[in-house]
Design a binder for this molecule. Sequence first.
Ligand code: TYD
Length: 135
Amino acid sequence: MRLANCKMIELPKILDARGNLTFIEENRHIPFAIKRCYWIYDVPGGEFRGSHAYQTLNEFIVALSGSFEVVLDDGLEKKTFFLNRSYYGLFVPSMIWRSLQNFSTNSLCLILASDQYNAGDYIRDYAEFKRLNHV
Ligand code: TYD
């Protein structure tokens, strides 16, 4: 997998004086069916999360509140995405090394995932990731 397969996706936004509304439908706004949602919150200043890749899992990451950076790496190049709007998300396919960092106070990171939790799907060793990603 390459960085070119990762992309920021703008979600529908229903503007309303009573408050705005955004939604996501599987296989329509994001290119996979959602089997799991999880969220990361109360991250202490300076901490980072999720330095790993997945063998098969696809994810979509949204900053529901606050901001943070997602660093994506395909083993050849790296790119940092700044997420700070709840109507944008980052599609991260399997076999991309990803880290989340620089969380703002009270940030809330929602992650939609294409499969249930499976510890065996994680690649936690960067050299192993590069080997498996053929770089
Ligand atoms: P992990 O994905 O390793 O977090 P990060 O990469 O952000 O540091 O998950 C941390 C712990 O939470 C780990 O023990 C597994 C558990 N976990 C679940 O049980 N279910 C889940 O859906 C997720 C994402 C994690």
